[in-house]
Design a protein around this ligand. Structure first.
Ligand code: PDD
Length: 276
């Protein structure tokens, strides 16, 4: 299959320099974009978030995001991708290893590839289990950086417990999950952590909030505690390609009656109508 390397679509190859700052420091940013029926979903929103991540890290993108977008669409076409994801990242570039920023002439390195991936419809319909774990990440979780070790460690805990996700909490407050956002529902209203420095403002999360508005469902962008989560009527997670997955059990605690909830299902159907 083909990959994107800077502005070139080429055969996927081992082109990563050992002094790429993404490789050595995790000094870079990324996006994962869902592709449904050959079409990237919410590409503009992903590109805007990429721009913001770059700005917050003072990383100069080598081209306009409109050019990157163009190239990503060409890559999807070149690979004949129908159902799957685009992974793309931009590192601060290749330079002699020093922690401080490299010389301003160093250009950022963009790479992207696609992966064919079937949708997890059975998980979306039937739901899964989550584990709780401490949120030990830095205080700029709003930036989609390549530094993912705390997320890796958290997700591994989920994997080892046959859970779909690890839900993170900072003290008593539920923030998000290792690679998704968390919503809980109580008395007919949705709650999700506000979009500040403690979470990544998911593109899926934002779309859900918009869809709920259209469905006349109230979404409170408010913090809530682990105890609130365990006593919720419904819980679900959201992320690119996973879309929405009902969470039926958190650690050993069954959520409500242990079945996917009505509101979760309503939101899932609305989300599916974006691409079906
Ligand atoms: N992860 N929170 C975190 C920490 C994430 O890594 C992600 C996405 C999300 C959901 O964001 P979005 O709806 O924009 O996908 C929330 C991607 C999919 C990943 O790292 O693979």
């Amino acid at each position: 299959s083909k990959m994107l390397y800077n502005d070139q679509i080429m055969e996927r190859d081992n082109v990563i320099d050992i002094e790429d700052r993404g490789y050595q420091f995790g000094d870079g940013i990324y996006e994962v974009i869902g592709v449904y029926d050959g079409e990237p979903l919410m590409m503009d929103e992903h590109m805007q978030r990429l721009e913001r991540s770059a700005r917050e890290l003072r990383l100069t993108l080598p081209t306009l995001v409109s050019d990157i977008k163009n190239k990503l669409e060409k890559l999807v076409e070149a690979n004949g991708l129908v159902e799957g994801i685009i992974y793309m990242q931009v590192s601060r570039g290749i330079a002699s290893r020093e922690h401080g920023f490299p010389h301003p002439d160093t250009s950022a390195v963009t790479v992207a590839y696609t992966r064919e991936e079937k949708r997890e419809t059975s998980l979306e319909n039937q739901g899964g289990k989550a584990v709780l774990t401490d949120d030990i990440r830095w205080l700029r979780c709003d930036i989609k950086t390549l530094n993912l070790l705390p997320n890796v460690m958290a997700k591994q805990k989920a994997v080892e417990n046959n859970a779909v996700e690890a839900i993170l909490h900072r003290g008593d407050i539920v923030t998000e999950a290792s690679a998704s956002n968390v919503f809980m529902i109580k008395d007919g209203e949705l709650y999700t952590h506000p979009a500040n420095n403690y979470i990544l403002n998911g593109i899926t999360r934002r779309k859900i909030i918009q869809l709920c508005d259209e469905l006349n469902l109230k979404v409170n962008e408010q913090t809530y505690t682990v105890n609130d989560l365990l006593n919720a009527d419904e819980v679900f997670i959201s992320a690119t390609k996973l879309d929405i997955i009902p969470i039926l059990k958190v650690d050993d605690h069954v959520i409500a009656d242990g079945k996917p909830g009505e509101i979760t299902n309503q939101v899932l159907q609305a989300f599916r109508s974006l691409y079906q």
